[in-house]
Ligand binder design. Structure first.
Ligand code: CU
Length: 160
């Protein structure tokens, strides 16, 4: 019992340290409301298993979103690259992903005006933080546009 308590104590200590360091920390927290109440911080994790750790992200319209994508794996971005691509509401995801897979020269972001925001393409151990304004209320799809990833690496951004 005592051992358990100690483990609990140390893990909460580690967790609270992580909370203080912004952005670069790999943080299990989903969303944090900042003090000013106008912005929301989101941390999304990925690794070598071709998955995001969240497939639903809930935000409020009008907020400034700070989103950090972490790639916690070991593989290079050539073999297991990940990005976060938030698509506009009317975009055909399968069609976008097909064109994205061919857009090697632009980190798998095809030409056009179909995205709301996207991160850099990351390899293992890398992170990228982007800021964007939450779009109007509705459902939006986010994917990793690296070839072959989107069917596993996709989720919904819900703006309420
Ligand atoms: Cu990916």
């Amino acid at each position: 019992m005592r051992k358990l308590l100690l483990i609990y104590f140390f893990s909460s200590l580690i967790f609270s340290c992580g909370e203080n360091k912004k952005n670069k920390t790999i943080n299990p927290g989903v969303q944090k409301k900042s003090d000013d109440n106008l912005s929301t911080e989101i941390v999304l994790n990925s690794d070598d298993t071709m998955k995001f750790d969240k497939n639903v992200i809930l935000i409020e319209a009008g907020k400034l979103i700070t989103l950090t994508l972490n790639h916690n794996g070991k593989f290079s971005k050539r073999g297991m690259g990940h990005n976060f691509v938030l698509l506009k509401a009317d975009v055909d995801v399968a069609d976008f992903a097909l064109r994205a897979a061919q857009a090697y020269g632009s980190e798998y972001i095809p030409e056009g005006n179909e995205t709301i925001a996207y991160t850099k393409l990351l390899g293992g151990g890398e992170s990228d933080t982007i800021k964007f304004e939450a779009p109007k209320k509705g459902f939006y799809t986010f994917i990793c546009s690296f070839p072959g990833h989107w069917q596993l690496m996709k989720g919904k951004l819900i703006v309420k």
